[in-house]
Design a protein. Structure first.
Length: 112
């Protein structure tokens, strides 16, 4: 079954976000795009990221918010979209929770 236009756009923008973030962040900080949600009208996109080390999350998220304009220009240059969506960067809490559960499971099994 072919993907919808929205799914194709989502996939492309997620890849472009990952490429943009490879070069745009501070040395020693790893930013990974974990999910990308775009509204049905494709006017707003939320990019979920995980940031390592965790102590750099707040500062890096502020940095990403400041880079939204540059990211929109990057998208304009690398896509044929007429309208670039409003971009929101957010910490992926689901990924953080999954990592914490894995940590707790490891601790529980090591005690046995």
């Amino acid at each position: 079954m072919p993907f919808s236009r929205r799914e194709r756009v989502k996939s492309l923008l997620k890849k472009l976000a990952a490429d943009f973030l490879k070069t745009g962040v501070e040395a020693g900080v790893l930013v990974t795009v974990t999910d990308f949600i775009i509204t049905s009208n494709m006017r707003t996109a939320t990019i979920f990221v995980s940031i390592f080390p965790e102590k750099e999350e707040k500062e890096t998220l502020l940095f990403l918010q400041k880079k939204k304009g540059e990211f929109k220009k990057y998208l304009s240059a690398h896509t044929k979209m007429k309208t670039i969506p409003f971009i929101v960067f957010a910490i992926d809490r689901g990924e953080k929770n999954r990592q914490r559960i894995d940590e707790l499971l490891r601790e529980a099994t090591s005690k046995d």
